[in-house]
Design a protein around this ligand. Structure first.
Ligand code: ATP
Ligand code: MG
Length: 309
């Protein structure tokens, strides 16, 4: 087995489907024969155990504070998928704890084909740091305007920390009056990796603490996650084929450490200074023109128009 791919599942807006996506991509990748670790990097608002049936004794909090080895906090969910959950208590985590993520992720890389990082909402060192630690960033958004706006910010932040954005997955697609996913991806200036339809089976599965891909593998959402997993495996095979051309990239990405974390903290501060209302997943009043694609005929997304416009 070669070195695993570390993918950060990110999107600054809360509740858009990041955790659902990380878990179900993990299950789907495992079903295609890949080994997967899903790491919950939502250190303050951990909730991955609510999606699954297990009661962890040891968590990422224990690993980061040096009281447990990583292997003791990994729980098998499926044949080839393990989950490393965060602790659910609001422990006061300081910079050194977060910086300690880098060696933890590094230690997982050779043990799995894929390491998926389920990141938190908002803009903080805790969310920016994984964008740099990961080899690739997978943006998750709903087709709603506030989520798209926050997805755009996450992409900008990933670019600022030299993160590699692989593309976007639109979750709960087909609802409301949203533009087609292709158009949303164009607006975000990124690739469209997949589309997961609005599907009541997701909530039904969650109520049973089961990933939808195990609960009902034939449901529309599960089928979509399986397709995305297949495409991730294919893109991995393709990029391995031309690896020699960009082998030097490893020297830039994934090194982690306190300096990177301090850089992330600086970026959060600058971003907050530049946009005091907008950088914490907070939603500004809707304004369609602000999201214009720049096309002369385009006045922004139609679905944000309010009554009387
Ligand atoms: N395809 C879907 N169809 C219907 N509901 C969905 C779908 N995907 C996710 N959901 C629902 O959206 C809600 C939020 O999902 P999830 O917790 O995965 O988001 P999140 O981005 O991880 O949130 P947070 O930012 O708080 O960590 C859940 O209640 C989930 O059931
Ligand atoms: Mg989440």
């Amino acid at each position: 087995m070669g070195e695993g791919r570390v993918i950060a599942v990110a999107g600054a807006k809360g509740g858009v489907g990041k955790t659902t996506t990380a878990i179900n991509l993990g299950v789907s990748l495992a079903q295609t024969g890949q080994t997967v670790a899903v790491v919950e990097l939502d250190l303050a608002m951990a909730n991955i155990i609510d999606f699954l049936q297990f009661e962890p004794d040891r968590t990422l909090h224990d690993v980061l504070s040096g009281t447990a080895p990583t292997t003791e906090a990994l729980y098998p969910i499926d044949d080839r998928m393990h989950v490393l959950p965060s602790g659910t208590e609001l422990a006061g985590f300081n910079a050194i704890n977060v910086a300690a993520l880098a060696p933890v992720i590094r230690s997982l890389r050779p043990a799995y084909d894929f390491v998926l990082l389920d990141t938190a909402a908002g803009v903080s060192p805790e969310t920016i740091y994984p964008l740099r630690l990961a080899d690739e960033v997978l943006i998750v958004s709903t087709p709603r305007v506030a989520a798209i706006r926050d997805a755009k910010k996450t992409i900008e932040l990933a670019n600022r920390v030299n993160g590699e954005v692989m593309g976007a997955v639109f979750v709960r697609a087909g609802s409301g009056r949203a533009p087609p996913p292709e158009r949303l991806a164009t607006f975000l200036e990124t690739d469209l990796v997949g589309v997961v339809p609005e599907d009541g089976t997701v909530a039904a599965a969650q109520d049973m603490s089961e990933p939808v891909c195990l609960f009902d593998p034939d449901s529309p959402a599960a089928t979509a996650y399986q397709e995305i997993a297949d495409s991730l495996v294919l893109t991995g095979a393709a990029s391995e084929a031309d690896e020699t051309s960009d082998a030097d990239d490893d020297t830039v990405l994934g090194m982690g450490g306190v300096a990177d974390l301090q850089n992330a903290e600086k970026i959060v501060k600058n971003a907050a200074d530049a946009d005091p209302d907008g950088m914490n997943g907070a939603t500004k009043p809707l304004d369609g023109n602000e999201l214009s694609t720049g096309d002369p005929d385009d006045n922004g997304f139609e679905f944000v128009k309010r009554k009387g416009e």
